[in-house]
Ligand binder design. Sequence first.
Ligand SMILES: [Cu+2]
Length: 215
Amino acid sequence: MAVGGASYNELFEIFWNWSVFVGIIVFGWQLHHSFFYRSKEGEKLPNRDNLKVGEFPLHYHNGKLEAAWIIAPSILIIYLTILIIGPASDVWEDPSVVGVEGVDYFEVGVTGHQWYWEFDCRELSTDLCDVGVDTNTGLTTLILKNNTMYRIDLTSSDVTHSPFFVQWGAKEDAIPGLQTAVWLPIDLTGKFFIDCAEFCGDDHAYMTAILEVHE
Ligand SMILES: [Cu+2]
């Protein structure tokens, strides 16, 4: 069972490597052409491509090349899409597969408001879940316990928000009138930001809380 964590990291690495590979080709190509085909100041160039105003230059059309740059990226996108299907279903893993609530995992409520997060520790002991205020920043703090599996129950009181627990790759929309959930397999201690990842109005950028994890 892999709810979040390792599978996200593995995916991140694969996506990162492909992004770098594609990026080098695309930007390398672009830079090469930008400089290689650049005209000198004041240089009078012959109309080498026989371009005519109002006429699409079809005489340089290359069907094979065009097909290649449509087919190759399509294969890559299909391949990457297939890769994420497994981990995507981990995100919405059925609670009965993860275990028993209150034993194997613990539920914490999170409600998005314009523009702050409200945390609800339900009936959990303060060791497992607590809410406070961070003395350095004045931000609301959700205090959780290390090496514990949490199921974050989400909703919103106004518009769509989305808490992003960056270090765990966990992000899910909080939607008014709907109950969504995201697994949070806490395995790090420290203080982390919980930012809103769904544009929700004027102060979206400041819709931040702190997640504090203790031993
Ligand atoms: Cu928001």
